[in-house]
Design a protein around this ligand. Structure first.
Ligand SMILES: *Cc1c(COP(=O)(O)O)cnc(C)c1O
Length: 671
């Protein structure tokens, strides 16, 4: 009851004390009940409550937080000062005619991530007196956008940070973009003769392309190309570890994994290279046990096995120099610091420490010089830098207005529902839920048999929702919610229609149920009173988000603020910088979103690049429609309709103008 001013009721009670004690008490109760319903408790919502609710410190530190105005702020340089108000930034970008949905990339965050990864390895190397170095690479597949790869190469220069290519087109990118002396270019993926020759010839340009053998057949191609070109290549082998990954990408390791060589195959490679007098070219051991490894014990098992293989290869006569631990470094999407799939139970420093310590021990045991360590961390570098901002277009709620009182002559089923509604209390709310559900189902089947009119069915359904609402209000007050009531939140959730395509902007949310933190970027000083699921613009029932991060497991609804007419409501989807852009697809022909690159300056920020999203003409061209042909077809039909007097000249002009204008527009909704 905190904060409710009871004095006016007491005063009223005192005035009517002549009615006797009972009257006073009765009146007081009645009044306070009325107040509770019509005029909810004054808000004592705080920004801290929003922080806890959306867990922003868990997943957002040190980049995202909430300011006193209740807006999300971004500190792109981490704790090293300088922050900007995300809500104001979005307003400023909208004034520059950049419509939502809008992808905002903070290049300083990218720089900070690279610095942190390198700093953690440097610290671990110092701590364990590791006599080797660390030279990371960025796997291009994680985000191939040119501006981002350019930034990465630039920010990585002080650390000789390189690139990893997993396909021929990615090799084309890496070869042309990487110009850091001494950095590595790791060549993974399936390779043909052309791939191998190109990589080898790049040595002549001063690059260090490491050709990682993933298939036995590649050995012969490499030997032949080397002879033909007279180039001694830098070679690596990718091992299929038998230590099992866990989680979603757990199958990337193990004996039946798609990539890499089994131990007998690695021995075969060594023999073939020795026969070709090329064993000296073999310098690198690589493995990749999958992405988003949430448990540190899995990482430890893998590095243990890999260091043993490394040492053995050195003793077999290969000129081993590098150990490449692949990707897998996780991102804490739900901020729970657990081994849940959307989280990880270790930090960057633990990761670096364990790798460095394990490799050193394995090498020292067998008196083998330690390798230069390489990691191919993609997700951990690219996720944080981009935020997708989108707006809510409208909402839909289940109707929970109390219907007019039920008359004697109403259908029995309706009267049953009404009785159930009246009886709901803390003592029986679970039972009442089952009763209400059963009556509603009965109503439905009677309707289908023709015994209930559509008006009666409407009344029955309305009563059912009203029951659910009352039961949910009681259930929310309880410490423990019985399992069978867990769906109630989902049943009663508001649907918020958002200006976005899940398939284009968060495809992993649809494809593999990946969780991303989602929250409003303003109004955070106010209580989000609605419980919602998000529905996107596509006509696909999968185009929705109904799982949200939570401290324990996931929650089925997201707390949001009620929409205010005429006022935009902005949501942010965070940590979306890895994989989503390239996996995004054109379902329903919603195209690429607008994207901007923001760089923090001493005076504020600077918009470095604006990458306009697809227009309708562009997406239509991807499916082989020519905009001019389409316009011509509409024009011809309008002419015909004019001749046949089915359309006026004004109408036909209006139609054509709309049609042509649309073609040059963004594929998302604007207002
Ligand atoms: C995908 C991939 C990576 C990147 O993995 P993350 O988990 O994003 O760090 C690294 N190496 C290889 C070989 C990959 O296939």
């Amino acid at each position: 009851m905190g904060g409710v001013d009871l004095s006016q009721f007491l005063a009223e009670g005192e005035n009517s004390s002549a009615d006797g004690d009972n009257g006073v008490v009765g009146k007081l109760e009645m009044n306070s009940m009325r107040v509770n319903r019509a005029n909810p408790l004054p808000e004592n919502w705080t920004i801290e409550k929003s922080e806890n609710l959306y867990r922003i410190q868990g997943w957002g530190e040190p980049y995202f937080s909430i300011n006193a105005a209740g807006h999300v702020t971004v500190s792109p340089k981490g704790d090293r000062g300088g922050s900007l108000d995300l809500y104001e930034l979005v307003n400023a970008l909208r004034q520059r005619n950049l419509s939502l949905p809008l992808l905002i990339r903070f290049s300083d965050i990218l720089e900070h991530r690279i610095e942190r990864l390198n700093a953690c390895f440097a610290k671990a190397i110092a701590r364990y007196n590791y006599p080797g170095g660390y030279r990371g690479v960025f796997p291009v597949k994680c985000n191939q956008q040119r501006h981002l790869v350019e930034d990465l190469v630039r920010f990585g220069k002080p650390y000789q940070f390189g690139l990893e290519a997993g396909s021929k087109p990615e090799l084309m990118i890496a070869l042309a973009m990487l110009d850091t002396p001494g950095s590595l270019l790791i060549c993974n993926g399936y390779k043909d003769r052309e791939y191998i020759e190109t990589a080898m010839l790049a040595q002549r340009l001063g690059q260090t392309p490491m050709i990682v053998l993933e298939q036995i057949e590649e050995v012969q191609l490499v030997v032949e190309a080397s002879r033909a070109l007279g180039i001694e290549p830098f070679l690596g082998v990718r091992a299929k570890l038998s230590s099992k990954g866990t989680g979603r990408w757990g199958d990337s390791s193990g004996d039946r994994a798609k990539f890499g060589l089994t131990i007998p195959e690695i021995i075969q490679v060594v023999d073939q290279l020795r026969d070709a007098n090329m064993l000296g070219c073999l310098q690198l051991l690589h493995y990749h046990i999958g992405s988003q490894i949430s448990s540190i014990s899995v990482i430890k098992d893998a590095i243990l096995e890999a260091s043993k293989i490394y040492v053995e290869l050195a003793q077999l006569g290969a000129s081993m120099k590098y150990l490449d631990v692949g990707g897998g470094l996780g991102v804490d999407y739900d901020g729970s610091q657990t081994n849940f799939h959307a989280s990880k139970n270790y930090n960057l420093q633990n990761y670096a420490n364990d790798i460095v310590a394990e490799v050193k021990e394995a090498c020292q045991e067998r008196h083998v010089p330690v390798p230069v360590l390489i990691s191919e961390s993609g997700r951990a570098i690219a996720s944080h830098q981009s935020v997708l901002i989108f707006d809510v277009l409208s909402t839909s709620d289940v109707p929970t207005d109390l219907p007019a009182p039920i008359e004697e002559e109403e259908h029995q089923i309706i009267r049953n529902l009404w009785e159930t509604y009246k009886s709901i209390s803390v003592e029986n709310y679970q039972e009442a839920f089952h009763d209400a559900t059963q009556f509603k189902e009965e109503a439905l089947s009677r309707f289908n048999f023709g015994y209930l009119t559509i008006t009666q069915r409407a009344r029955a359904e309305q009563l059912y929702w009203v029951c659910c609402k009352k039961i949910l209000e009681i259930a929310r007050q309880q410490d423990y919610v019985p399992d069978d009531l867990e769906d109630l939140e989902k049943i009663m959730a508001s649907i918020y229609y958002v200006n976005l395509s899940v398939f284009q902007s968060a495809p992993d949310s649809w494809a593999i149920d990946q969780l991303f933190p989602i929250m409003p970027i303003h109004q955070l000083d106010r209580e989000p009173t609605e419980r919602c699921i998000l529905a996107d613009l596509t006509c696909d029932s999968d185009g929705k988000i109904d799982q949200f991060i939570d401290l324990r497991d996931v929650k089925p609804v997201l707390e949001l603020h009620p929409l205010k007419p005429g006022e935009p409501y902005y949501l942010g989807l965070f940590l979306a910088g890895a994989y989503q852009e390239i996996l995004g697809n054109l379902h329903n022909l919603f195209g690429d979103t607008n994207a901007v690159h923001i760089h923090l300056t001493p005076k504020g920020y600077q918009i470095e690049h604006v990458v306009k999203g697809d227009t309708m003409t562009e997406v239509l061209s991807y499916v082989q429609y020519d905009a001019e042909d389409l316009v011509e077809s509409i024009r011809r039909r309008a002419e015909l309709a004019l001749v046949e007097k089915r359309i006026t000249i004004q109408e036909s002009q209006r139609l054509l103008q709309n049609y042509e204008r649309s073609l040059s527009r963004y594929t998302y909704l604007s207002w």
